[in-house]
Design a protein around this ligand. Structure first.
Ligand SMILES: [Zn+2]
Length: 392
């Protein structure tokens, strides 16, 4: 058995292999949730399941593990990972070869985000073993993250006592700390024209494809500015060459690191469609969905120093950077709990080539433990619940 700073590598790897082999594509997290519950309850902690199953139409809600602190005057700290995976995610056969773990090539591996779950469970084991003082923890395992951050969205703010926290779910090398991530909004547009025989009475028709084409040609797409991107990702409509097309469906998105940029490009995209329809007498129905708000970890946030200090103790070099994707961190920060989002070193996630090194799997668990220890230090220095949250 190898012990490094309290981490039992063989046990951690075994736990990880078990977790990934329990298939849990979004909305089917019940089996992995039951496994997590078993481990947590055996350690003597309580697990609650919230009502998110109904909201996301899945077979499990979010799990909330409440770990009482050794000093009740301190803040509660949130630690988060998601239980679901993308597909193909059933029948995962993890393979350990030299210093890496991969799938057998027929499925994803699911290290996104089970490396985080394995690490958090291991961290709990160690806290139990060492009986060291630590702040109160709320460890939240969400559902349906990959389906659009649905579990985090359904999570009730009032069910959490946390003042601040850490999300372990980012692509990138171990040590990567997300400094900003874009807000995203999605558009479903229906363009309505009027059908007519294309040969006999074309002047009676209003061609929805023409409207869509004109609108799209006027949109700002691609990299709109330094902070903002926009894309038309899907278009469908029409039946035959002899019918003037009366209906086209368009799906598009806008992302921006700034909420103003998002609003501006949303309005511009809507206006292009409305104008193009008006030009030839058609109409549009626009349905916008706010996927998630922008995420920032300010340069002076004390969460940064917690993470950097924790990394220093265990020889991980911090790497700060922006991400183009959304995560549970966007939603939780949007609910008013400041969080940092950290990468655990899994590579090529969402592909059949996904892998993680044994080194990173172990270091990730160690990092979680160090972060909790660093929070304990800080909380002892500022022993008022929530005092540090205002600097986050
Ligand atoms: Zn993930």
């Amino acid at each position: 058995m190898h012990f490094t700073m309290g981490i039992d590598q063989e046990r951690l790897v075994a736990d990880f292999m078990t977790l990934v082999s329990i298939g849990s594509p979004s909305r089917d997290e019940a089996h992995v949730a039951a496994y997590i519950r078993g481990v947590v309850e055996e350690l003597g902690f309580t697990v609650e399941e919230d009502g998110a199953a109904d909201d996301v139409q899945g077979n499990s809600g979010n799990l909330i593990v409440r770990v009482p602190g050794t000093n009740e005057r301190q803040s509660t700290i949130l630690l988060m990972a998601h239980m679901d995976t993308v597909s193909p995610g059933y029948g995962i056969q993890p393979i350990r070869l030299n210093d890496r773990i991969t799938s057998d090539g027929k499925t994803i591996l699911g290290a996104d985000d089970k490396a985080a779950i394995a690490g958090l469970l291991h961290m709990l084991r160690i806290l139990r073993m060492t009986k060291e003082p630590h702040p109160a923890l709320e460890i939240v395992f969400t559902v349906s993250e990959e389906a659009g951050l649905l579990g985090a969205k359904a999570l009730q703010r009032e069910s959490l006592a946390s003042s601040y926290g850490f999300v372990f779910d980012s692509a990138g090398p171990l040590g990567f700390i997300v400094t900003e991530g874009p807000a995203q909004a999605k558009l479903q547009a229906i363009v309505n024209g009027r059908a007519a025989h294309a040969g006999i009475a074309p002047e009676k028709g209003i061609n929805a494809i023409t409207i869509a084409a004109n609108a799209i040609s006027r949109m700002h797409l691609g990299r709109v500015d330094e902070y903002t991107t926009a894309n038309v990702g899907r278009i469908a409509g029409g039946f035959a060459t002899n019918i003037v097309c009366d209906r086209v469906e368009i799906n598009a998105e806008v992302r921006s690191l700034h909420d103003e940029g998002l609003q501006r490009e949303r309005l511009a995209m809507s206006a292009s469609l409305e104008q193009a329809a008006q030009d030839i007498g058609g109409t549009v129905d626009l349905h916008w969905i706010d996927s998630y708000p922008a995420f920032t970890l300010p340069a002076d946030s004390f969460l940064r120093s917690v993470v950097v200090n924790a990394m220093e103790h265990i020889d991980i070099s911090p790497i700060f950077g922006a991400t183009g994707g959304g995560s549970d961190a966007n939603i939780i920060a949007g609910k008013g709990i400041p969080v940092a989002n950290l990468a655990l070193g899994y590579q090529q996630n969402h592909t059949l080539e996904e892998w993680i090194s044994l080194h990173d799997l172990m270091k990730g668990a160690e990092l979680m433990l160090e972060i909790v220890r660093e929070c304990q230090k800080l909380e002892c220095a500022y022993p008022t619940p929530g005092a540090l949250g205002q600097f986050a």
